[in-house]
Structures are given as C-alpha cells and as structure tokens.
Design a protein around this ligand. Structure first.
Ligand SMILES: Cc1ncc(COP(=O)(O)O)c(C=O)c1O
Length: 401
C-alpha cells in the first residue's frame, strides 16, 4: 500500500465519505476548556460543544482520569457480565430521577428506539391489544433510526425512507385541543422534548404539560421525556422536566451523559420496571464501562462545580445581552433561552451567521433554517460568553440587510 500524506480538506472529505454532512472546513487538533484548536494553530470558541455533548468543556482532568483509569482496567466486556462502572452510573441516575430502572445503550436514537419498544411491550402486557399507538409533537427531533425518525417526521429527515414505522402520530406542539383530539385508550405513549432543541429551542407550555399529565392518567398511556439535548443540567435542573408540574414515566438521556463518549440511557419508573425480561432487548456495546465511568465523573463535576446554577446565570446574562442587541439590530426577531440552550431567530438563513462567526473564531450552529443555536459547555466563563456576544454583535453591525 502506498503511503502518502493525507490532506484533511473538503476535497478529500468528498472523496472518502458519503455526503450526508456539511462539515465546517476546519481540522480539529485538540480542545482545552471552551476552545478548540486546529492543526494550523487557530483557536475557536466552541459554542456548539459537540452538539450539546461536551458539558464540561475539553480536557477536564477529573474526566480524563476516570476514562484512563477504566480504560487501563478493561475497555469492553459486554452485558454478559456485572460491571461496576454501569452500576455506579445507574445508581446516580436513579437517585437523580427518583425512578427505578436503567437501560444503557450507545446514543440518543438508540435510547428512543428502546423507549418505543418499552412502551409497546408495556402496552401489550396491559392486555389491551389495541394499545399500540406512539405519538410525538410536531417540530420535534428524536433521532435517525426508523422508530425515532418516524416520531420526528420532519419532511427533510424522512424523505425517501418510507414506509415509516406504523402506529405513530403527531400532536401539534402546545396545542391542547389537538392533544385532546389525538390521545385515546389506544395510545401507548406520548414522546416529547420538554424543551425542543433541533426544532429551534421551544419550550412546552405549562398548560400543555399539565393537560398531558391529566390525559395520561385518564387514558393510561406513558409519558416519555426525551431529555437527550436539554438534560444533564443544561437548562438549570438535571432533567428539564423538573421545571414542570408533571413526572414522566420514562426519560431518555444521551449526548453529555457519557462525558463525550457514546452512551445513551433509558430510565424508567415503577410502571415499566418489569417490562423488559432477559432477551427482550439488548446491545453489545451499550453501557460501555469507559463511557459509564466518564458519565459518573461528569455528574460529579457538574455538582462539584455548581454547573447547573452557572448555566442559569451565564444563560441569563447572554439572553439580556441578545435582547439588548435585538433593540439595535432588526435582523434579530426573537431570543429564547433556557439555561445554556439558546436560540436566536433571525430574519435570514442562520447559516450566514455560522459562516461569519467561523471567520471570527467562534463556532455557532444553525437549526430550523433561521435559528442561531448556542449549546456551549456549562462551564463557559463570563468572559467567554462576552466574546460570543461581542462577535455576534459585530456581525450584526457589519451586515448589510
Ligand atoms: C432531543 C434529541 N433526541 C434525540 C437525538 C438523537 O441523538 P443521537 O444523535 O445521539 O442519536 C437528538 C440529537 O440531536 C436530540 O437532540
């Protein structure tokens, strides 16, 4: 085989990979704190954090130690065995949620897939053969595998992949009348992000959440919280649903829960505790011990460093700055902020701001076409937040509408 220098650039990217990503043209070398550094020495303030994964930034010594200690012991053994790192993380998640059982997988979409299976099997065990329907909310995002993609049902994500999973349906976001119309005794579960991420940072209303809880009790269906993006402290509480007067039966976590390593978790309450039996669901890699050790370290750091409170404070400071900016820049239509989950609706494609911020050394993300999305590390300092604010202010100021 001929060895040649491999150029990391858009041309080789086009040659090597399926074309399902639009990658930014920068070659990441390493990260430290809230910054990423490229192979040519450039520095970028990372307000994306691996799409909401790197909750404590890059290079935290406590996280690195947990990973290297476990990797030195063993990296994989499978779920045929008892594994201490899984037990330790499961115990933490049960304590935090007040729920009963945990299933570990590798990603968000796998957690949703497991929760769909858990819901349908729970409904089967209830003896009502008609109780199969799994519903979700419009504008949501739950993942890319067939079940999760069907629940997502944004045309862009499903086009060409039909037929989708049968027995699903969609309720209009925050529309109580539509909720009342759609749920029935045939409903096995309603899946929802209490704060929608990919959809542009939108929060379920208190009234909608309350009515959902009442209808779940009336018709006997499960409420499944997708806290994959909004969970693990990002919005100020460990689970985003804690900010509502409602308790889900099942919660899905992923993204930050493995400290940057691939990990997903389904946490279930008493109602569903006995649904899975040996062989009824499983995975080879799920609950990888290194990822679980990293997850435990992450949760300890979040608490030790007061990062949930810090997310609330930094997020609120940023919202005030963006709202003030909205008074000066007519391109800003709306600012939505829940902890360090921030969406800025703008009057043109948000892609423009992503590209301009990149030129100025700040990484931001666009979602829902015209929303600038910020999902920085919860450890973001006030100075770093200010750098992001000043950079966006400069872009808005220099832009010719
Ligand atoms: C709310 C939500 N659910 C599910 C997923 C899917 O997670 P993954 O990409 O790990 O499969 C995502 C990913 O962005 C998400 O934001």
């Amino acid at each position: 085989m001929v060895t040649k220098t491999l150029e990391i650039c858009s041309d080789t990217e086009q040659q090597l990979f399926f074309h399902n990503y639009s990658r930014m043209p920068i070659d990441i070398e390493y990260g430290k704190g809230s910054f990423l550094y490229t192979s040519d020495g450039a520095r970028y303030l990372d307000m994306i954090a691996g799409i909401g994964v790197n909750a404590i930034g890059y290079g935290d010594e406590r996280l690195l130690r947990a990973i290297s200690d476990q990797a030195a012991k063993y990296i994989h053994a499978s779920n045929l065995f008892m594994q201490r790192p899984q037990f330790e993380l499961a115990e933490k998640l049960i304590e935090l949620s007040g729920m009963s059982k945990v299933f570990f997988c590798n990603s968000g979409t796998e957690a949703i897939e497991a929760a769909i299976k858990l819901s349908r099997r729970w409904a089967s065990l209830s003896g009502n053969a008609e109780k199969r329907e799994v519903l979700s909310l419009s504008n949501c995002f739950h993942g890319r595998t067939y079940g999760a993609m069907t629940l997502t049902a944004k045309p862009k994500y499903v086009e060409g992949y039909e037929p989708l999973l049968p027995g699903t349906g969609m309720i209009e976001f925050n529309d109580i009348e539509d909720l009342e119309r759609k749920v029935s005794g045939k409903t096995a579960a309603v899946f929802l992000e209490f704060i929608q991420g990919e959809g542009g940072i939108h929060r379920v209303s208190e009234a909608f959440a309350k009515r959902l809880g009442e209808l779940a009790a009336e018709h006997g269906f499960l409420i499944v919280a997708d806290d994959i993006q909004a969970g693990c402290g990002r919005t100020g509480t460990f689970f985003s649903y804690e900010q509502f007067d409602i308790r889900p039966d099942v919660v899905c976590l992923a993204k930050p829960v493995g400290g940057g390593l691939p990990l997903g978790a389904v946490i279930g309450g008493e109602k569903v505790a006995e649904v899975f039996t040996p062989g009824s669901h499983g995975t080879t890699f799920g609950g990888n011990p290194v990822a679980c050790a990293a997850g435990s370290a992450l949760i300890e750091v979040i608490h030790a460093d007061g990062l949930m409170q810090k997310a609330v404070e930094t997020g609120s400071m940023m919202r005030k700055a963006f709202e003030e900016m909205a008074g000066r820049h007519s391109q800003i239509l709306e600012v939505r902020q829940y902890g360090l989950m921030i969406g800025i609706t703008v009057s043109r494609e948000a892609k423009y701001y992503v590209e301009e911020a990149l030129k100025r050394g700040v990484l931001v993300n666009a979602t829902s076409v015209n929303v600038i999305r910020l999902l920085p590390p919860l450890s973001l300092s006030e100075e770093e937040a200010q750098l992001c604010i000043d950079t966006l202010d400069e872009i808005f100021s220099e832009e010719k509408p």
